[in-house]
Design a protein around this ligand. Structure first.
Ligand code: ARG
Ligand code: ZN
Length: 881
């Protein structure tokens, strides 16, 4: 299977390899420019495969310097080699044989950051999805599982540390200034989980005793001097290990678990067996340099990668179409972990906000694809929010449909039955079908049908008969390659709230299966009837966001306000506030488009301020309640013919109205929510900071002058408060002398801390308005800008395109033209990074005509460029279709 040529790969073409790989022995002689890799691979022909079938191995930009069959030279007539494949003919019909391949790679020249590369003088690898073939010729696909031994030889001085997967076997000096180390991983694994790290790093050490009493060594490697900043990551790791034992019954399986933090990394982190490699952004934290959000991300990602040890590594994917098998499930697991460690409601609100902001637009645009796709050109472009976050939502729905006990039984069966295998979504779902005796065929459509289902609901109440009816209708919109859809199995959690604050029982329901508070919508149209309902109930629909759908339900502001005040499900309260706010923001947009000033409904103001002042609610929740839907949320709600300037202006009007009405409450909160004592990143303290900063931000709207934010900036003693204050200053008073001074003070103070300087770039890249582009251009000329570091590029160029709606979508199209040039500049170095940033234009068709035309031209400019990577050409072509 050659995937780097840009041909389309289809799920239906899957078949197992002709040869079974038994063992892998790798020897690396590390050199910054000329690393020698020797791979000894033991194969045998799979039973039933024709004796003529050649062995075909994958490669990518490889240079082969030697090839042996059972330690003998191979006749030239018996093989073909190119930089992207190696074919060997005339191999034994049944007997095992050994192929020894020597390749030479140049880590320093590897700017794609796939395969073996160098970052800050450290050798490091990234192999998922198809990076291993950049190290040696190999059957580089996830269903080829083998046991690996790895020998690493390197200069002792510059690379005192030599790491690979598994357990350490031993090592020694070699007398010539070099040394070696050997590692053995007893667990059969696919090549994408291979890792090697070598260099000079500092370490934080700890231990964990597993539930069966085995002691595991824990090590986190970071640059020298940064060890204290790895303490929180270590704490999160130990909590993750414990949680997976308690909640999923999963125990760690090697003697050592290592994490290495590197500063040049294309993604968040990677779950290589026993040797996770992390973007250092998701490891390093201390109060002076990391925000509460950074701490929460570190906790979540450490957990995510650790949880992959079972969901991903012990049980892996048969092919890359099954990516959600490990990613969707593991995101679900890390979400549940964070919910247990922090506040479940607050976590759920954050998840849903993120899902709607990132996944819903993907599902509604040209890049929409099923959670389990059936074709791809470039697999790297499928590490998407649909595979990850919607994949997690599908797992959550599975738990909702089955209930916790059967869900747990199904998971246990999955672990039991498939340990050590490379499997499919069908295998996964079959476990749940078996334990629940439910037919899961319709439910499986969640994996196969792209697009966010639209559910339309209407209700009627007959007071005389005490009957309440709920009519539901579902529609799944067409998406690329899927014009017609089948009705899905949509689990809707509901509550019928009665006037006296109690809830009506749902047991009388007819017309749909109801389990607990879940209505199972399975038909295109379904009417559910509830009897014995003594007063008109207020319907709370899709509690907890039990299904990832768009909901059309005309509910009065009074009913929404009732839910916001009285629902026992706190998530539903947040949802109701959101539903109250959105129509206001949409109306305000229309008014702003006419050049007028918008007013805000009293019902919304009252509901928001009631939540803000309600001391029974946790501060983090109140902060989320006060955070209005974003400009992107409003754009999505409007759907088409969008004018980002009008959305921004309208939202500013609403913010100002709320700020003025709530001035006293916000001022009280700003005082009350001060967190005394030394900094602690715990959820409760973070919640107080969040509420205080939200209040502060409203107060600045009300006062319309920078002093309060400036005071906060000067008195902040942690990065959360400091960066919030700086953001308020920069976004609201970008040209004020005080802002300019604050920005340069921040830069001077943190100039040597790359992760904080990323924040400095991000804050400025997201300043609203048409001047943003000029600012971004100036920042690109700053000596601190570095076009080869992915975090830095994402912080400036990525954030500008993804998170600055008014600046990026300038009416004259300059933002799009700028991005096109950036993409073409980044692409030859790092295609994955270029392709990812380009997806910021996925919603271009929902813009008003003038902007859409400019966006189209910019996309065409990219498409027409010579020598595009497969990564970028795949994205741009799908966006133009
Ligand atoms: N498996 C990694 C994770 O934990 C991400 C790998 C991303 N790889 C890629 N080629 N984009 O989510
Ligand atoms: Zn993952």
């Amino acid at each position: 299977m050659r995937t780097d040529t840009g041909e389309i790969i289809h799920l239906e073409d899957y078949r197992p390899t002709d040869f079974v790989l038994e063992r892998v022995d790798l020897t690396f002689e590390l050199d910054p420019r000329e690393t020698k890799v020797e791979a000894r691979l033991i194969f045998h022909r799979r039973e039933g495969v024709s004796p003529d079938a050649p062995l075909i191995l994958d490669g990518d930009e490889l240079k082969m310097t030697g090839l042996l069959f059972d330690q003998e030279e191979i006749l030239a007539a018996n093989y073909d080699v190119a930089d992207d494949s190696l074919t060997i003919r005339n191999l034994p019909a049944t007997a095992p044989f050994e192929i020894t391949i020597t390749t030479e790679v140049n880590p320093e020249a590897n700017t794609k950051l796939m395969g073996l590369y160098r970052t800050s003088n450290v050798y490091c690898t990234q192999c998922e999805a198809e990076g291993f073939r950049r190290i040696t010729y190999f059957p580089d696909r996830p269903d080829v599982l083998a046991v690996y031994t790895v020998n690493i030889i390197a200069d002792k001085q510059t690379a005192p540390l030599l790491l690979a997967n598994g357990n350490y076997l031993g090592g020694a000096s070699m007398g010539d200034g070099r040394h070696f180390a050997a590692w053995f991983d007893p667990h059969p694994k696919p090549s994408y989980l291979f890792a090697l790290v070598a260099g000079d790093l500092g370490v934080v050490e700890d231990t964990f005793t597993t539930m069966s009493g085995r002691e595991v060594a824990l090590r986190i490697y970071v640059e020298h001097g940064k060890e204290p900043r790895a303490a929180y990551a270590m704490d999160a790791l130990k909590r993750s290990m414990k949680w997976d034992e308690e909640v999923f019954g999963r125990e760690y399986d090697l003697d050592i678990f290592m994490i290495v933090a590197v500063s040049d990394f294309n993604m968040g982190a990677m779950e290589n067996k026993g040797l996770n490699v992390f973007n250092d952004k998701y490891v390093l934290a201390d109060p002076q340099t990391a925000t509460d959000a950074d701490y929460a991300n570190i906790e979540a990602i450490i957990a995510h990668e650790y949880f992959h040890n079972w969901t991903g590594n012990r049980i892996t994917c048969r092919d890359w179409f099954q990516l959600c098998l490990k990613e969707g499930l593991t995101v679900y697991r890390d979400h549940e972990f964070s919910a247990d460690q922090r506040s479940r409601t607050v976590k759920r609100v954050a998840e849903v906000r993120h899902l709607k902001a990132e996944q819903f637009p993907e599902d509604a645009g040209p890049l929409a694809h099923p959670v389990r796709p059936t074709k791809y050109r470039e697999i790297n472009n499928f590490y998407t929010t649909t595979v990850y976050e919607k994949g997690s939502e599908v797992t959550r729905m599975l738990a909702t449909v089955l209930g916790p006990d059967l869900f747990k039984k199904g998971m246990d069966l999955y672990f039991d039955r498939h340990d050590g295998q490379a499997v499919t979504i069908e295998d996964f779902v079959a476990c749940f079908a078996e334990v629940s005796k439910r037919d899961m065929t319709q439910f499986s459509l969640w994996y196969h049908q792209a697009g966010t289902p639209l559910v339309t609901a209407s209700t009627a109440y007959d007071a005389a008969k005490q009957v309440f009816t709920l009519s539901l209708e579902q529609m799944v919109p067409p998406t690329p390659g899927q014009s017609t859809k089948e009705p899905m199995h949509i689990p809707l959690r509901v509550g019928l709230l009665l006037e006296d604050g109690s809830e009506a029982a749902l047991s009388s329901a007819t017309g749909a299966e109801v389990t607990g508070d879940v209505i199972h919508l399975v038909e295109r149209k379904q009417t559910v009837t509830f009897t014995g309902i003594v007063s008109r109930p207020v319907l709370s629909l899709n509690r907890g966001f039990s299904a990832p759908i768009n909901l059309h339900f005309e509910q009065t502001p009074a009913d929404r306000a009732h839910i916001a005040r009285h629902e026992s499900d706190l998530f539903a309260r947040w949802q109701a506030l959101n539903d109250l706010a959105l129509p206001n923001l949409v109306a305000a947009t229309a008014i702003a488009r006419e050049g007028a000033k918008a007013e805000c409904d009293r019902a919304l103001i009252d509901a928001l301020l009631a939540a803000a002042a309600d001391a029974r609610l946790e501060p983090a929740f109140r902060a989320q309640a006060l955070a209005l839907p974003s400009e992107a949320d409003v754009a999505r709600e409007i759907g088409s013919n969008n004018n980002p300037d009008a959305i921004h202006a309208g939202r500013q009007d609403i913010m100002t109205a709320i700020a003025k009405a709530g001035r006293d409450i916000f001022s009280t909160l700003a005082d009350e929510m001060v967190v005394d004592g030394p900094f602690s990143p715990d959820a409760a303290s973070a919640g107080r900071r969040a509420l205080r900063n939200t209040a502060l931000s409203y107060l600045v709207y009300a006062e319309n002058q920078p002093d309060r934010a400036l005071d906060a900036f000067k008195s902040a003693n942690n990065m959360t408060d400091l960066s919030q204050a700086l953001t308020i200053l920069a976004h609201r008073f970008p040209d004020d002398r005080k802002t300019v001074e604050a920005l340069s003070a921040f830069k001077a103070r943190f100039g040597d801390n790359a992760l904080v300087i990323d924040k400095w770039f991000t804050i400025q890249a997201t300043i609203p308005g048409a001047d943003a582009l000029g600012r971004v251009r100036t920042l690109m000329a700053d000596p601190l800008f570095n076009s080869t570091n992915p975090n830095r590029v994402r912080a400036l160029v990525g954030t500008f395109a993804f998170s600055n709606p008014t600046g990026f979508n300038r009416a004259d199209g300059e933002g799009y033209r700028f991005l096109a040039r950036q993409i073409l500049d980044i692409d030859p170095r790092n295609p994955q990074l270029a392709a990812r940033i380009l997806t910021s234009m996925r919603s271009w068709r929902s813009l008003e005509d003038v902007r859409a035309e400019h966006a189209l031209n910019a996309l065409r400019e990219i498409a027409a460029a010579p020598k595009l990577s497969v990564d970028v050409s795949d994205i741009v072509e799908r966006m133009l279709k």
